[in-house]
Ligand binder design. Structure first.
Ligand code: CUA
Length: 319
């Protein structure tokens, strides 16, 4: 029995250890999450080995002869066994619950006295980020080795914020603000993924997060967002920041989503039509698409200059 258990243990432990199941660990918060994951995994492996050993042993040792049609002996339970298989899972579940609660509480707390603050806006089917000094962009930028507190808001339905290298997942719910703390351990570029089915474009609802050195981050903020800023980047920056590519294909911006009509086919000589399609999207709905899908509040969300830049950008790149 010991032999079977040892074989089962080594085989499953090898599968757990030698196949890289987890993404790179890039945040401090991931450390506690991974600890909880491995604790649960080792408990599962141990229980599997015990169960496999008992079953394997019973199959080999108590096998009936081919011509044995008799009933087995009647058994009336075993008090000791019943106490054991109640008490052991109780202890394991309480241990897992305790570790999880401690990790969750720790991960909710920003490390350091001066965490960075970023507002996250989710909307079908795009992410927008508002950094300190009011610097908005379609890419989340955060400093390395310092906590960033994300405040998450939804403009429409429930979305969920997830960066697999950071481990944490947080729902973004209309009407309430949720909060997530991230403390990256190294620089790099990672995917922000929406993990709550939020409509047609759900699978395309992605953005990038750039973890950068603090000095570079400060410079980027001082420059008002560098080339991400509408003033410097013009219509293309507005296109990125407003998340147009979440729904529309537009070759100059390299987007290919098909929730809304392709912007490559816009009439390049009809500025009035392009402008109206942005501020009053249901005034004229392209054939094959539905009214009420595109948000109607871009006139409030974009400044007059941003709107002009966006219209020019679309006119130049289409027709
Ligand atoms: Cu937003 Cu799925």
């Amino acid at each position: 029995m010991l032999l079977i258990g040892a074989v089962a243990f080594v085989a499953t432990a090898a599968v757990a250890l030698f196949i890289p199941w987890l993404p790179d660990q890039v945040s401090r918060e991931r450390e506690g999450i991974d600890l909880t994951f491995w604790l649960a995994t080792w408990i599962c492996i141990a229980i599997f080995a015990i169960v496999a050993a008992v079953i394997g042993y019973a199959v080999l040792k108590f096998r009936a002869d081919p011509d044995d049609d008799s009933d087995g002996p009647p058994i009336h339970g075993h008090t000791g066994l019943e106490i054991a298989w109640t008490a052991v899972p109780f202890v394991l579940v309480v241990a897992l619950g305790t570790v999880s609660a401690v990790v969750l509480t720790q991960n909710d707390r920003a490390r350091g006295a001066n965490p960075n603050q970023v507002s996250v806006f989710a909307q079908q089917f795009t992410w927008q980020f508002e950094h300190p000094n009011g610097v908005a962009s379609g890419t989340l930028r955060i400093p390395v080795d310092r906590s960033t507190v994300l405040t998450l808001r939804s403009r429409d339905v429930i979305h969920s914020f997830w960066v697999k290298e950071f481990g944490q997942k947080k729902d973004v719910v209309p009407g309430i603000e949720t909060r997530l703390v991230i403390t990256p351990k190294r620089t790099g570029s990672f995917d922000v993924i929406c993990t709550e089915l939020c409509g047609l474009g759900h699978s395309l609802m992605r953005a990038r997060v750039e973890v950068m050195p603090q000095a570079e981050y400060s410079r980027w903020l001082e420059e008002g967002g560098g080339e991400d800023a509408p003033e410097a980047g013009g219509g293309e920056a507005v296109f990125q920041q407003a998340g147009c590519g979440g729904c529309h294909a537009f070759a100059p911006a390299g987007t290919s989503a098909q929730i809304g009509p392709a912007l490559d086919d816009l009439p390049g000589d009809d500025e009035e039509f392009v402008r109206r399609s942005i501020v009053d999207p249901d005034a004229e709905v392209a054939e094959g698409f539905q009214a009420g899908v595109m948000p109607g509040d871009y006139e409030e969300r974009l400044s007059a200059e941003q709107l002009d830049a966006l219209v020019q950008y679309l006119l130049e790149g289409s027709g």
